[in-house]
Design a protein around this ligand. Structure first.
Ligand code: SF4
Ligand code: SF4
Length: 321
């Protein structure tokens, strides 16, 4: 059994709990009350940091690499392993648990060593948000119709988690603010939307290997994506204003948000980034030339066939069928 299969639990980032039996079947709003507290004094402290699947979002990777002061490729190699996102063919990464105890590499008996930069999934636990419809409707441009989204919250109550026995009471809104999940929601939103949109196409549709590679690179390694933008023909191909170019040049977060738009454009044909007019014209001219070539070729073949038929007719005196 591989490590991923061993990790039966998953802290969700996709608004859908992987262990449905632990979901409390009550829809919560931002004003709903919740009794919960997690602190070093609880009997189960760090129990939820082992035997678990924690999928990382691009923003998680950005924050963790900054925190650890290492480049993305080193972080990916040391602390992650590949996975597929939400049973799609989109490649992503999850935290690689320690061989010796099957726990997160960042946990110690004293708690999380990257706490202020911990991944989104760790922040959402144990209050999930159902936000993204798998079969969401789309407008004429193929963009998901967000107005149809129904948002609600739910709690995940697992036997080992004693935080629910604590006295502290919050509203869901207060809990989310305390955990810093609003910022994460904002940062992860468009990326999660890409995955859910992909999922809504079903398993019959497959991404090309090139598209998968691009999705993985843009989602996990912003430095390489920056090279791709600034050291290839990218800027000659796409219409980007000076302000955007400056923003994505200097700011990793802006570049990350831009990469989601680029992925939406290349994977789903969304109109957020446009190809330059002259590039489209050149492509159309190329296609037309190719088409013209095909027509010329057919005419040539027809003329050859006609000449051949005439020749045979002259030889035998009859038209060959
Ligand atoms: S990142 Fe921190 S909070 Fe999340 S599982 Fe690891 S140790 Fe626990
Ligand atoms: S199991 Fe619950 S209470 Fe215990 S450490 Fe994890 S979140 Fe906190």
């Amino acid at each position: 059994m591989n490590k991923e299969a061993e990790n039966t639990k998953e802290k969700t980032i996709f608004g859908k709990e992987k262990n449905p039996s632990s979901i409390v079947p009550v829809k919560l709003t931002l004003d709903s009350k919740l009794k919960f507290r997690c602190h070093p004094g609880v009997r189960c402290f760090t129990a939820c940091c082992g035997g678990i699947k924690i999928v990382l979002t691009p923003y998680d990777i950005l924050q963790l690499t900054r925190r650890l002061g290492i480049p993305a490729y080193e972080f990916l190699h040391k602390y992650t392993q590949p996975t597929y996102l939400e049973k799609t063919d989109m490649p992503g990464v999850m935290i690689k648990l320690r061989e010796e105890d099957n726990k997160c590499p960042f946990v110690t008996p004293e708690g999380c060593t990257v706490y202020t930069d911990r991944p989104s999934a760790c922040r959402y636990y144990p209050v999930g948000m159902a936000d993204f419809h798998e079969g969401g409707t789309r407008d004429a441009d193929g963009n998901e119709n967000t107005s149809q989204e129904e948002k609600f919250f739910f709690t995940v109550k697992e036997d080992h988690c004693k935080g629910f026995e604590e006295d502290k009471e919050w509203t869901v809104r207060e809990w989310r603010a305390d955990q810093g999940v609003d910022v994460r929601d904002e940062m992860n939103k468009e990326w999660l939307r890409l995955v859910m949109r992909r999922k809504s196409f079903g398993i019959q549709a497959t991404l090309s290997e090139q598209a998968k590679r691009m999705f993985f690179m843009a989602s996990t390694d912003i430095a390489t994506f920056r090279k791709f933008v600034f050291e290839s023909s990218f800027l000659d191909t796409y219409e980007l204003d000076e302000e955007t170019i400056q923003k994505i040049k200097d700011d990793d977060v802006e570049l990350m948000l831009f990469s989601f738009k680029y992925l939406a454009a290349t994977l789903f044909g969304a109109q957020a980034i446009k190809i330059k007019e002259e590039k489209i014209k050149a492509k159309v001219a190329e296609m037309k030339a190719r088409q013209d070539e095909t027509v010329l070729q057919s005419i040539k073949e027809y003329e050859e066939l006609k000449a051949e038929t005439e020749r045979k007719k002259a030889e035998t005196g009859v038209e060959k069928k």
